[in-house]
Design a protein around this ligand. Structure first.
Ligand SMILES: N[C@@H](CCC(=O)N[C@@H](CS)C(=O)NCC(=O)O)C(=O)O
Length: 231
């Protein structure tokens, strides 16, 4: 890929890091990846994201860092040449942003809790989370509209935001013994997940499945005791 044009502070196994890496790759931006140990945060991370103290963080030139994965994706799309990640039509752009935010704000929690919740959490039991997650999955299934990707023929903002559903889902299903997505119930999403993980740019920055299984298995008891997804 050539001399790094940007530095990404990320961590192994994070779907949020993956979002930024895949965006940089799709845009053809050479980058340096700095892997952070989140149990022992570096000065680099604390200096550049003093507000949330979270990865991913993007450093580009001498200007202040860009934080928050969805914000970084849009920044990279606008700051660098290469194929567009967001549609050019303003209405379609707004729709893509809406569904990307839906994934973080409405989809993510019941999805996560469908795997990891064991007890009554905030008045909800495991089955409530599964039902909620499936309702959200149906909404996403509808958005595919027979297309390969949410944005049409090529990977865009919503596909990148939903990457956890493509690659991390199977890992969680295996570890937790919960099947959330079947081809019978969600044929569009199943096809989409396969197409996403088979994309050449995506493949290059997907964490290896066995390593993900090991990592999430090691944290299983910790996740099960949490009232929400880890931050
Ligand atoms: N909303 C953030 C979420 C990022 C996030 O949850 N990062 C986690 C790792 S996957 C983190 O840095 N956690 C460290 C902490 O909370 O102390 C984004 O989209 O970038």
């Amino acid at each position: 890929m050539g001399e790094p044009a940007a530095k990404l502070i990320g961590t192994f196994g994070s779907g949020f890091s993956h979002r930024v890496e895949v965006t940089l790759r799709l845009k053809g931006v050479p980058y340096e990846l700095v892997l952070e140990d989140l149990r022992n945060k570096s000065d680099l991370l604390l200096t550049h994201n003093p507000v949330h103290k979270m990865i991913p963080v993007l450093l580009h030139g001498d200007r202040p860092a860009i934080c928050e994965s969805l914000v970084i994706i849009e920044y990279v799309d606008e700051a660098f040449a290469g194929p567009s990640i967001l549609p050019t039509d303003p209405h379609k752009r707004a729709e893509a942003r809406f569904w990307a935010r839906f994934i973080d704000e409405k989809f993510a929690r019941p999805f996560w809790m469908s795997f990891w919740s064991t007890a009554d959490v905030g008045g909800k039991v495991h089955e409530d989370f599964v039902n909620e997650a499936k309702g959200n999955l149906l909404l996403l299934e509808g958005q595919l509209n027979g297309n390969s990707f949410f944005g049409g023929d090529t990977i865009g903002l919503v596909d990148i935001a939903a990457a956890g559903l493509a690659h991390w889902l199977g890992v969680f299903e295996e570890i937790c013994g919960v099947t959330l997505v079947t081809n019978e119930e969600f044929p569009g999403l199943t096809r989409w997940a396969k197409a996403y993980i088979e994309d050449e740019h995506v493949k290059q920055c997907l964490p290896e499945r066995g390593q993900l299984v090991a990592m999430f298995s090691a944290c299983r008891e910790m996740f099960r005791g949490m009232p929400t997804a880890p931050k």
